[in-house]
Write a new protein. Structure first.
Lengths: 448, 391
């Protein structure tokens, strides 16, 4: 096991970290598939309102590659198909039956998996609707099934606050995980599996059999983009795939049991005292099912998928297919008298201009932008935190001048989209968004 | 107060009679209240640092030198009339001399800021708060007020606003203003004579006080002089230069307080320490090299102990407050080292080899401002060569 230390990045001690217990919730009344959370998809519906569906029946397919179908996470009736702006399919809501029916997929025993050839495995994954759990660098798009990736990165942790740590979701599932690793080794010659090892947690020896790297460092040191940047040896590896540990468990479950897996471990955290913990629930569960007893929902922002990389969701919407966390962030729409003159013992930040340098936290935060948009003053705070050594301020200026080739030579395709450059910017420029957009434009992908 | 702003807002909004002055209203409101803007996309939380805080730290770091400037100016002004003036008297006299200069600097500069902000519809930037105080501190207390207004106008308009405001300028606006005055009205500012504003103007004329600033002292001597002896003889010992109890430009004299300001800037991370340390190393290094070759040349300046160069004149003030302006300095750490070191070297070169300009730090910083993008270009090109491409 190679130890990898990533020096840059930024660690914020946030209040509202999840308690260590795991709550198992009752089955919700509805679950949903949310096509708007699937990267770059051009969805086409296969069902209409009122249709009966089983767990594992296809609901939509991707027009870019009609083989890739997205399956129903529940059994029951299609209750509603909600459209967002520009007729984007937002949610396909399924009212669950009491007794759920499952589509039968092919089962593979441990021995069969050891013998199976790649194309059969890919076919099984595609028909089981979980091939899309794999993502491809550099955009996180669904990969081409015929492409043999030079490497596959399995990331067990996500330090974007707060995600279930591998110690929690892998508990008692090591055999399943081992099965999953066998699957992955069929797909690519080289597999890099890494995690943030915490000594005090008393890591079990079982995990060390799979791990190739242990990661040390601040957020986002365990992001696959960052690990790719720090471990790659040839240009070829930029076309690698990656998958998260929890998604790999779903893949393993599908192949082992022959049924579309529906269980997810979510992490509910944030500025809300009750219910902060790990929650076992359904894939595509309603947000209101995970977070209960909230009266004033307009006081909060619901962030799913991590504070830095995630998205804002509404209280009455559903968890995305790939999302495993919700953070309740207080809405910061209040004005603050002489905000910039305060000593700021409770104001977290990367700079040392507030007294919060003496405060180790945890900090209670809100979604206030803490300032207004100004011109870039070239302070290079963004370059100081960028985990993949981009000079974001220069890349951003190159993009402004439409010098996309130059921006690409600056390494914007390595960008992990971690959001740290936007976070630290004293001029409040949306650096991450600008770079992300340029990255998409360069590859001709539509940006959501 | 919040209500007052809400009440006034409708006059400045679109359709209101004072719509053109909206940036002024916006600046006033955001000065009192940090706006309640919520993040639109990820990341969903932001650093507490904004440009207002950033610039206030610079102002806090300037305050010690400003206070010393007030006392020192007042002291020397009164000392022309009587011996050892009282501390409070000196402060009051200093305020009487300096307040008009600072007020004129801010007023004239803000006029241009508001004019450009209103026409070009951009918010008034906090950067001017710093420019408006740095500029008068580089001037001698004897400066006529109309020159203050002229200088800051040139600095703000040509040095910054014509390029699009804070963040788009490539020269330090305060130094641009000073350079303009320096070349237009050298008699007032070039430093041939000491700058003391006499206490009683009716009885004394400016001409009544003549003397030399430490830097110009030596140009008055011929060759083959013991420079250090001459400096010490005139009262400019190292300790004196460090304390700053001699007349000079308002903010520059006390080296100790400048270094204290540097400490604040470096500890808070507002100024990049690489520029400051690089500058000091460059100055000392160039000084020592010139010391070594001194015996074979006639120029007595070559042999001067570089510590004198460090403490004399405005070098520390310039390298700490002017050169570290992030907009006009380079943006990559490697080029910041080069930038700092070259400012130090150039300062020595101008001081030693060019008797027409006793002070070299202003010109060397402005010159390096021009070079900064080129430094960045080569350093980045070198860095990108070592980076594995991702296409």
């Amino acid at each position: 096991m190679i130890s990898l230390t990533i020096k840059k990045g930024y660690n914020l001690n946030l209040a509202g970290s999840p308690l260590k217990n795991i709550i198992e919730l009752k089955t919700p009344d509805h679950v949903a598939l949310t096509p708007c959370t699937i990267p770059f998809i051009k969805p086409k519906l296969l069902v209409k309102k009122g249709d009966p569906v089983r767990v594992g029946d296809p609901l939509i397919f991707d027009k870019r590659n009609p083989e890739i179908k997205y399956l129903s996470p529940g059994s029951g009736m299609v209750k509603d198909i909600k459209l967002g702006p520009r007729r984007l399919i937002k949610e396909i809501v399924i009212a669950l039956d009491k007794k759920e029916k499952y589509v039968d997929f092919q089962q593979f025993s441990k021995g069969e998996i050891d013998e199976i050839d790649r194309s059969r495995l890919i076919d099984a994954l595609i028909s089981g609707g979980l091939f899309q759990m794999f993502k491809q660098f550099p955009h996180g798009d669904i990969p081409d099934p015929n492409h043999v990736p030079p490497k596959i990165y399995v990331h067990l942790d996500n330090s974007d606050p707060f995600h279930p740590s591998h110690g929690v979701y892998l508990d008692k599932k090591y055999t399943l995980f081992q099965y999953g690793m066998t699957v992955i080794k069929k797909l690519s010659e080289f597999v890099i599996c890494y995690a943030k090892i915490q000594k005090e947690a008393g890591e079990s020896g079982e995990l060390t059999d799979f791990l190739t790297h242990s990661i040390k460092g601040n957020y986002p040191s365990d992001d696959p983009f960052v690990v790719l940047y720090h471990t790659k040896q040839s240009i070829n590896e930029n076309k690698s795939w990656y998958i998260s540990g929890q998604d790999l468990l779903l893949v393993a479950e599908l192949l082992k049991t022959g049924a579309y897996p529906t269980q997810r471990l979510f992490c509910v955290s944030g500025n809300y005292p009750e219910n902060r913990s790990y929650i076992k629930s359904r894939l595509g569960a309603p947000v209101s099912h995970l977070i209960k007893k909230i009266s004033k929902t307009d006081k909060y922002e619901f962030i799913s998928g991590g504070i830095f990389k995630g998205r804002k969701i509404e209280y009455d919407s559903y968890m995305g297919m790939f999302e495993t966390s919700v953070y309740l962030l207080e809405k910061g729409d209040k004005k603050e008298l002489f905000g910039f003159l305060r000593p700021g013992y409770n104001k977290p930040g990367n700079s040392k201009t507030f007294l919060s340098v003496f405060n180790k936290g945890p900090f209670k935060i809100d979604s206030n932008q803490h300032g207004e948009l100004r011109g870039c003053i070239n302070c290079s705070f963004c370059a100081d935190v960028c985990p993949v050594d981009i000079l974001p301020q220069f890349a951003m200026k190159a993009i402004h001048c439409k010098e996309i080739e130059e921006a690409v030579s600056h390494g914007i395709l390595d960008c992990a989209e971690c959001g740290l450059c936007s976070y630290v910017c004293p001029s409040k420029i949306e650096v991450t968004d600008i770079i992300k957009q340029a990255k998409r434009d360069y590859s001709g992908l539509s940006y959501k | 107060m919040e209500k007052l702003f809400d009440k006034l807002r409708k006059h400045f909004k679109k359709g209101g009679g004072l719509n053109k002055l909206y940036p002024l209203f916006d600046a006033a409101e955001s000065f009192f209240y940090l706006p309640g803007v919520v993040t639109k996309g990820g990341p969903h939380l932001r650093d507490s640092l904004d440009l207002k805080r950033y610039m206030s730290i610079v102002i806090i770091a300037i305050i010690p030198t400003l206070l010393w400037g007030i006392y020192n100016t007042g002291y020397h002004s009164l000392a022309t009339a009587k011996n050892s003036p009282h501390f409070t008297q000196a402060i009051i006299q200093g305020l009487i001399i300096l307040m008009p200069i600072i007020i004129v600097s801010y007023a004239a500069g803000f006029f241009w800021e508001i004019l450009f902000a209103s026409i070009r519809r951009h918010p008034i930037s906090e950067g001017f708060l710093v420019t408006g105080i740095l500029f008068p501190l580089t001037l001698p207390p004897t400066i006529p007020l109309w020159q203050v207004a002229l200088g800051i106008s040139f600095g703000v308009v040509i040095g910054k606003e014509v390029f699009g405001g804070t963040g788009h300028n490539f020269l330090n606006p305060a130094l641009t203003g000073r350079a303009f005055l320096f070349f237009s009205y050298p008699a007032y500012i070039c430093g041939d004579n000491i700058w003391i504003k006499p206490a009683n103007i009716a009885k004394n004329t400016i001409d009544a006080i003549s003397g030399a600033t430490p830097l110009s002292l030596l140009n008055q001597y011929g060759q083959d002089v013991d420079i250090e002896g001459a400096l010490n003889g005139a009262g400019y010992t190292l300790a004196e230069l460090a304390r700053g109890t001699y007349p000079g430009s308002i903010g520059e004299t006390s080296s100790i307080l400048c270094l204290f300001g540097a400490l604040i800037l470096i500890v808070t991370g507002v100024a990049n320490y690489r520029i400051i340390i690089g500058g000091i190393l460059g100055l000392l290094g160039a000084g020592f090299i010139l010391n070594m070759i001194a015996p074979s040349f006639a120029n007595p300046w070559l042999g001067l102990n570089p510590l004198y160069h460090l403490l004399m004149g405005g070098f520390l003030f310039g390298i700490i407050y002017m050169a570290t302006d992030p907009v006009s300095a380079p943006g990559v750490n490697t080029s910041r080292w080069i930038y700092g070191i070259l400012i130090g070297c150039l300062t020595i070169v101008v001081r030693v080899f060019n008797p027409a300009y006793p002070e070299g730090v202003m010109l060397s910083i402005l010159f390096m401002n021009l070079i900064a993008p080129l430094l960045d270009h080569f350093v980045i090109e070198f860095k990108l060569k070592n980076r594995m491409p991702n296409v």
